[in-house]
Design a protein around this ligand. Structure first.
Ligand code: HEC
Length: 140
Protein backbone atom coordinates (compact mmCIF):
# COMPACT_ATOMS: atom_id res chain seq x y z
CA UNK A 1 0.00 0.00 0.00
CA UNK A 2 2.86 2.34 0.91
CA UNK A 3 4.36 1.66 -2.51
CA UNK A 4 1.08 2.36 -4.30
CA UNK A 5 0.74 5.76 -2.65
CA UNK A 6 4.31 6.63 -3.51
CA UNK A 7 3.78 5.70 -7.13
CA UNK A 8 0.51 7.64 -7.39
CA UNK A 9 2.14 10.69 -5.80
CA UNK A 10 4.81 10.62 -8.51
CA UNK A 11 2.47 10.43 -11.50
CA UNK A 12 1.99 14.22 -12.01
CA UNK A 13 5.76 14.78 -12.24
CA UNK A 14 6.10 11.94 -14.75
CA UNK A 15 3.25 13.40 -16.84
CA UNK A 16 5.05 16.72 -17.38
CA UNK A 17 8.37 15.02 -18.08
CA UNK A 18 10.24 16.40 -15.09
CA UNK A 19 13.02 14.27 -13.65
CA UNK A 20 12.58 14.66 -9.92
CA UNK A 21 14.52 11.52 -9.02
CA UNK A 22 17.42 11.64 -6.61
CA UNK A 23 20.85 10.73 -7.89
CA UNK A 24 22.89 8.00 -6.23
CA UNK A 25 26.50 7.84 -7.29
CA UNK A 26 27.82 4.32 -7.67
CA UNK A 27 31.30 3.34 -8.89
CA UNK A 28 31.43 2.17 -12.54
CA UNK A 29 31.89 -1.46 -11.51
CA UNK A 30 28.88 -1.35 -9.17
CA UNK A 31 26.81 0.24 -11.95
CA UNK A 32 27.72 -2.65 -14.24
CA UNK A 33 26.78 -5.25 -11.60
CA UNK A 34 23.49 -3.45 -10.97
CA UNK A 35 22.67 -3.32 -14.68
CA UNK A 36 23.34 -7.04 -15.04
CA UNK A 37 21.12 -7.78 -12.02
CA UNK A 38 18.37 -5.56 -13.43
CA UNK A 39 18.35 -7.29 -16.80
CA UNK A 40 18.10 -10.65 -15.05
CA UNK A 41 15.31 -9.36 -12.77
CA UNK A 42 13.23 -8.29 -15.75
CA UNK A 43 13.59 -11.72 -17.32
CA UNK A 44 12.73 -13.40 -14.01
CA UNK A 45 9.68 -11.21 -13.53
CA UNK A 46 8.45 -12.11 -17.00
CA UNK A 47 8.91 -15.80 -16.23
CA UNK A 48 6.95 -15.45 -13.00
CA UNK A 49 4.08 -13.79 -14.89
CA UNK A 50 4.20 -16.44 -17.63
CA UNK A 51 4.04 -19.25 -15.07
CA UNK A 52 1.16 -17.57 -13.20
CA UNK A 53 -0.77 -17.16 -16.45
CA UNK A 54 -0.25 -20.86 -17.16
CA UNK A 55 -1.61 -21.74 -13.71
CA UNK A 56 1.80 -22.98 -12.54
CA UNK A 57 1.54 -21.19 -9.23
CA UNK A 58 3.97 -23.29 -7.19
CA UNK A 59 6.61 -23.03 -9.94
CA UNK A 60 6.07 -19.27 -10.16
CA UNK A 61 6.68 -19.00 -6.42
CA UNK A 62 9.83 -21.11 -6.51
CA UNK A 63 11.26 -19.02 -9.35
CA UNK A 64 10.33 -15.75 -7.62
CA UNK A 65 12.07 -16.84 -4.43
CA UNK A 66 15.22 -18.04 -6.17
CA UNK A 67 15.61 -15.11 -8.58
CA UNK A 68 13.97 -12.15 -6.83
CA UNK A 69 13.34 -13.09 -3.20
CA UNK A 70 15.46 -12.95 -0.07
CA UNK A 71 17.30 -16.02 -1.42
CA UNK A 72 18.56 -13.88 -4.32
CA UNK A 73 20.21 -11.36 -1.98
CA UNK A 74 23.95 -11.18 -1.57
CA UNK A 75 24.84 -12.38 -5.05
CA UNK A 76 27.52 -9.66 -5.36
CA UNK A 77 29.09 -10.51 -2.01
CA UNK A 78 32.09 -12.26 -3.55
CA UNK A 79 32.94 -9.31 -5.80
CA UNK A 80 35.40 -6.51 -5.05
CA UNK A 81 33.81 -3.76 -2.90
CA UNK A 82 33.63 -1.33 -5.84
CA UNK A 83 31.58 -3.85 -7.84
CA UNK A 84 28.92 -4.33 -5.16
CA UNK A 85 25.90 -2.07 -5.73
CA UNK A 86 24.24 -2.43 -2.30
CA UNK A 87 26.87 -0.83 -0.03
CA UNK A 88 27.12 2.21 -2.35
CA UNK A 89 23.40 2.93 -2.31
CA UNK A 90 21.97 5.56 0.04
CA UNK A 91 20.07 3.75 2.83
CA UNK A 92 16.65 4.82 1.53
CA UNK A 93 17.38 3.40 -1.92
CA UNK A 94 18.85 0.23 -0.47
CA UNK A 95 15.75 -0.13 1.72
CA UNK A 96 13.49 -0.11 -1.34
CA UNK A 97 15.62 -2.91 -2.77
CA UNK A 98 15.29 -4.92 0.45
CA UNK A 99 11.53 -4.38 0.52
CA UNK A 100 11.39 -5.68 -3.06
CA UNK A 101 13.18 -8.90 -2.09
CA UNK A 102 10.81 -9.28 0.87
CA UNK A 103 7.77 -8.76 -1.36
CA UNK A 104 8.99 -11.47 -3.74
CA UNK A 105 9.48 -13.87 -0.82
CA UNK A 106 6.04 -13.07 0.55
CA UNK A 107 4.56 -13.84 -2.86
CA UNK A 108 6.64 -17.04 -2.99
CA UNK A 109 5.38 -18.22 0.41
CA UNK A 110 1.75 -17.85 -0.66
CA UNK A 111 2.37 -19.29 -4.14
CA UNK A 112 3.93 -22.35 -2.50
CA UNK A 113 0.46 -23.17 -1.10
CA UNK A 114 -0.83 -23.12 -4.73
CA UNK A 115 -3.55 -20.62 -3.81
CA UNK A 116 -3.71 -18.80 -7.16
CA UNK A 117 -6.02 -15.96 -6.10
CA UNK A 118 -4.02 -15.08 -3.02
CA UNK A 119 -0.78 -15.24 -4.99
CA UNK A 120 -2.24 -13.05 -7.75
CA UNK A 121 -3.25 -10.45 -5.18
CA UNK A 122 0.41 -10.18 -4.09
CA UNK A 123 1.88 -9.92 -7.61
CA UNK A 124 1.61 -6.11 -7.84
CA UNK A 125 3.89 -5.85 -4.80
CA UNK A 126 6.61 -7.44 -6.91
CA UNK A 127 6.42 -4.88 -9.70
CA UNK A 128 5.68 -2.17 -7.13
CA UNK A 129 9.21 -2.54 -5.78
CA UNK A 130 10.73 -2.00 -9.22
CA UNK A 131 8.54 1.04 -9.80
CA UNK A 132 9.20 2.52 -6.35
CA UNK A 133 12.96 2.53 -6.87
CA UNK A 134 12.94 3.52 -10.55
CA UNK A 135 10.68 6.47 -9.90
CA UNK A 136 12.68 7.85 -6.97
CA UNK A 137 16.31 7.04 -7.84
CA UNK A 138 18.69 7.19 -10.75
CA UNK A 139 22.41 6.62 -10.93
CA UNK A 140 23.18 8.88 -13.91
C1 HEC B 1 16.83 -0.29 -5.34
C2 HEC B 1 16.54 0.26 -6.61
C3 HEC B 1 16.04 -0.59 -7.73
C4 HEC B 1 15.11 -1.60 -7.69
C5 HEC B 1 14.36 -2.15 -6.49
C6 HEC B 1 14.95 -2.06 -9.04
N1 HEC B 1 15.75 -1.36 -9.88
FE1 HEC B 1 15.95 -1.66 -11.89
N2 HEC B 1 17.31 -0.15 -11.98
C7 HEC B 1 17.73 0.62 -10.92
C8 HEC B 1 18.67 1.64 -11.39
C9 HEC B 1 19.36 2.68 -10.52
C10 HEC B 1 18.80 1.46 -12.79
C11 HEC B 1 19.63 2.25 -13.77
C12 HEC B 1 20.90 1.54 -14.06
C13 HEC B 1 21.73 2.34 -15.05
O1 HEC B 1 21.57 3.55 -15.14
O2 HEC B 1 22.54 1.70 -15.72
C14 HEC B 1 17.93 0.33 -13.13
C15 HEC B 1 17.77 -0.18 -14.40
C16 HEC B 1 16.94 -1.22 -14.76
C17 HEC B 1 16.82 -1.77 -16.08
C18 HEC B 1 17.60 -1.31 -17.31
C19 HEC B 1 18.88 -2.15 -17.41
C20 HEC B 1 19.70 -1.79 -18.63
O3 HEC B 1 19.83 -2.64 -19.50
O4 HEC B 1 20.21 -0.65 -18.71
C21 HEC B 1 15.88 -2.76 -16.02
C22 HEC B 1 15.38 -3.63 -17.18
C23 HEC B 1 15.43 -2.85 -14.65
N3 HEC B 1 16.11 -1.90 -13.89
C24 HEC B 1 14.48 -3.74 -14.19
C25 HEC B 1 14.07 -3.85 -12.87
C26 HEC B 1 13.06 -4.77 -12.40
C27 HEC B 1 12.28 -5.73 -13.28
C28 HEC B 1 12.95 -4.59 -11.06
C29 HEC B 1 12.05 -5.27 -10.07
C30 HEC B 1 12.01 -6.70 -10.06
C31 HEC B 1 13.91 -3.55 -10.69
N4 HEC B 1 14.55 -3.14 -11.82
C32 HEC B 1 14.08 -3.09 -9.40
C33 HEC B 1 17.34 0.49 -9.61
C34 HEC B 1 16.43 -0.44 -9.13
Amino acid sequence: MKVLFLVLALLPAIAVGEDTRQVASLPEAAQASLRQEMQASLVALNEVLTLMAAGKVVEAGALAEAQLGVSAMGKHRGKPFAARPGPHMPPAMHGIGMDGHQAASEFARVAATSDRDKALALLPNLTGGCVACHSSWRIR
